[in-house]
Design a binder for this molecule. Structure first.
Ligand SMILES: [Zn+2]
Length: 229
């Protein structure tokens, strides 16, 4: 009798284990399916980019680069005129060049650009309870580093799904969650604007979106005020 009871318990617990194991496998395959879809979208977008480059030649890249430098120079000069207290009238070109280079270096590590390439909509704003912004965007849309820095960690979280955290080495950190895929591991150096992953719906998420946080000196700040959306 006792033996029968023990056998029953073993059978029941084996069944429970199998049920759990099955559901874990199912959610794993759902995640893989999503990752595949995201990668397909990404590859298609890369093909589009290559085609555009082939059509327009290399000149378009130079123009955008040139525009970037001009924008940087503009914002530098604006900043400079705002802080002009006690500034000597005669400033040499060499001094200006060194200043500009310093400024460019600083800007490079400040997270002030959009983390998503292409279309998105703010689906949840920053608040006391929600320490970042949710940006709804199609599955597989590119997620970029909003400033240069080192990947502090890249991992899978039950709630946040696939997460990547970047340390910008200047008291700024950025956090990207629910990714379909991340492309870099801990210790990897990324440039501002470099693709680090793809928008997904991993972890606790209803539909594809990026949960994005900016942390400055240990405090979360509103990404919408730090970036001009
Ligand atoms: Zn969120």
């Amino acid at each position: 009798m006792k033996i029968l009871l023990i056998i029953c318990i073993i059978l029941v617990s084996a069944n429970i284990y199998l049920i759990f194991d099955n559901s874990a496998q199912r959610s794993r395959s759902v995640a893989l399916e999503q990752e595949n879809q995201a990668l397909t979208v990404y590859i298609e977008s890369l093909q589009d980019k290559i085609q555009q480059l082939e059509v327009s030649g290399e000149s378009s890249i130079d123009i955008s680069k040139d525009q970037k430098i001009r924008d940087l120079l503009d914002s530098y000069l604006q900043n400079r005129s705002q802080h002009q207290v006690g500034l000597e009238a005669s400033i040499t070109t060499e001094e200006l060049r060194v200043d500009l280079e310093d400024y460019q270096q600083q800007q490079r590590f400040i997270p002030d650009i959009r983390p998503i390439v292409g279309e998105f909509a703010v689906s949840q704003k920053f608040s006391e309870r929600h320490k970042g912004v949710d940006l709804a965007s199609p599955l597989g849309t590119e997620v970029v580093a909003t400033a240069a820095g080192v990947v502090k960690s890249a991992y899978e979280d039950r709630y946040f799904g696939n997460v990547i955290i970047i340390d910008h080495l200047n008291h700024y950190m950025t956090f990207y969650a629910h990714l379909a895929k991340f492309f870099h591991q801990e210790g990897f150096f990324v440039e501002k604007g470099q693709t680090i992953g793809l928008v997904g719906s991993s972890g606790f998420s209803q539909s594809p979106h990026l949960h994005y946080e900016i942390i400055h000196r240990g405090e979360n700040i509103d990404p919408e005020t730090a970036t001009s959306y």
